[in-house]
Write a protein that binds this ligand. Structure first.
Ligand code: FE
Length: 264
């Protein structure tokens, strides 16, 4: 998780709505227009069903209050604006309460193609479609609840399970790979790369292997984990994840498949 952000959170008004400038709304419009065809092609059916359910506005930044109304009716989740970066403890606590923490700013044109930290395009366009599905809603809640029971030193182990599924997971669908992850749904370059590139490794979904796999947030992932069927993910939420973390710790981390950087 990045330690600093070039962006400032946008605070909601008393009615919960956030004021976006004309230019910020145009950035959303252009990001949405570029990415819609991509998710239709490369994202998993479960993502696209959720995307249709939400019917996000194409021409302006959605309001968390509006998205929450739809989500709450479907799965009891809501989206809450937070500062650009929050700690793991707060993150897990919010997930445990079916509240998705959303960075409220939107990237500037200079970061149009790639932004390291999550912005509202990633949070809403990337994450909320899966939260319309009770199975992903429950999985995310269970990650939060498992996190709440851990010591802080174990947070970085559990977060890998979230990272390699909800953020960057793949699944088999329609005879090929499809992207499940929100980090893929919101990235115009990593979405096709994750599904099609011969340079990426694709390993079978395995909780212990995932917990042992280090990652970097600022590069296309060198390895993805592929669910055979999406239901395999939900079985993982019923496991004793604290025991899985101890198993993973006793076996140790895999060697990174990327150049190691100090802040990785
Ligand atoms: Fe994310």
């Amino acid at each position: 998780m990045a330690k600093s952000s070039a962006y400032t959170a946008k605070a909601p008004q008393p009615d919960g709505r956030i004021v976006y400038t004309e230019e910020e709304n145009l950035v959303w419009r252009d990001l949405y227009a570029r990415q819609e065809a991509n998710v239709r092609r490369w994202s998993a059916p479960e993502y696209n069903v959720g995307f249709d359910r939400l019917a996000l506005p194409a021409d302006r930044v959605p309001q968390c209050t509006d998205v929450s109304r739809t989500l709450t009716a479907l799965t009891g989740w809501k989206v809450e604006p937070v500062p650009a970066l929050i700690g793991f403890s707060k993150f897990f606590g919010m997930l445990a309460n079916r509240t998705f923490p959303a960075a409220s700013f939107i990237r500037s044109r200079k970061d149009f193609d790639y932004i390291k930290e999550p912005d509202i395009f990633h949070e809403i366009f990337g994450h909320t479609p899966l939260l319309t599905d009770e199975r992903f809603a429950r999985f995310s809640e269970m990650i939060g609840k498992a996190g709440e029971r851990l010591e802080a030193r174990d947070y970085s182990w559990l977060i890998r399970l979230y990272w390699f599924t909800i953020e960057f997971g793949l699944t088999h669908a329609n005879g090929g790979y499809k992207a499940l992850g929100s980090g893929l749904a919101s990235s115009p370059t990593e979405l096709p790369y994750s599904v099609e590139s011969p340079d990426a490794q694709r390993r079978a979904f395995d909780v212990i292997d995932i917990l042992r796999t280090p990652y970097r947030i600022d590069i296309h992932q060198p390895v993805y984990f592929v669910l055979d069927k999406v239901d395999d993910l939900f079985k993982a939420a019923e496991r004793d994840l604290a025991a899985d973390i101890r198993t993973a710790q006793s076996r140790g981390l895999f060697a990174p498949l990327y150049p190691v950087k100090e802040d990785a």
